[in-house]
Design a protein around this ligand. Structure first.
Ligand SMILES: [Fe+2]
Ligand SMILES: [Fe+2]
Length: 190
């Protein structure tokens, strides 16, 4: 076997060190020992993302049931589909908190103050669509910031948020299109 030369890439940890490290830190149970970010802070941030997603599940679920009127059938389906997707996000974020050694906070008490998005029922179909659009835009802005924040310090969390962001952008787009369809013009600039 040829000897390692100066051109071999020095930033790759050798297998033996990786194995030793993994064994040494078996007790800590999770990914934290090679974690470059601030785990406690990450968990705090993810608790807020979790609350945001839970509020989105609740709001879309309520809207899917409460939407009435002749033109609401397609919209109800859309709300229900979003509620399911928000629930997937909720689960992914809760799992990540758990992996990092935290306890996902599902406590309904204080939920709204932990959440970035609001819970608004809306008086009618157009109101509901508008409230969802606002909530999606808040989520999109918040998650874009978080992606920059996590950067290379926590690629796993960053990638998870990136995947959620793609869906939130679709949600915002769907709500925008529904608003145009039901109101003739968007209330908010795209
Ligand atoms: Fe979501
Ligand atoms: Fe969403």
């Amino acid at each position: 076997m040829p000897e390692n030369t100066a051109s071999s890439k020095p930033f790759l940890t050798d297998v033996k060190t990786l194995r030793d490290r993994a064994r040494q830190h078996l007790e800590s149970g999770d990914v934290t020992q090679s974690y470059k970010g601030d785990v406690k802070r990450t968990i705090e941030i993810l608790q807020s993302v979790l609350a945001t997603e839970i509020v989105c599940v609740l709001r879309y679920t309520m809207h899917a049931i409460a939407a009435t009127g002749i033109s609401s059938e397609g919209v109800k389906d859309e709300f229900a589909e979003h509620a399911r997707e928000e629930q997937e996000h909720m689960m992914a974020v809760a799992e990540r908190i758990n992996q990092l050694g935290g306890k996902p906070n599902f406590n309904p008490e204080g939920l709204l103050s932990r959440s970035a998005s609001q819970y608004a029922e809306g008086e009618n179909l157009v109101d509901m669509i508008r409230e969802n659009l606002v909530a999606e835009r808040i989520a999109v802005d918040h998650y874009r910031e978080l992606i920059r924040y996590f950067g290379d310090d926590d690629p796993a969390t960053r990638v998870m948020i990136e995947e959620i962001l793609v869906v939130e952008e679709e949600h915002a787009n769907d709500m925008h299109d529904l608003l145009v369809a039901h109101e003739g013009r968007p209330m908010l600039q795209r």
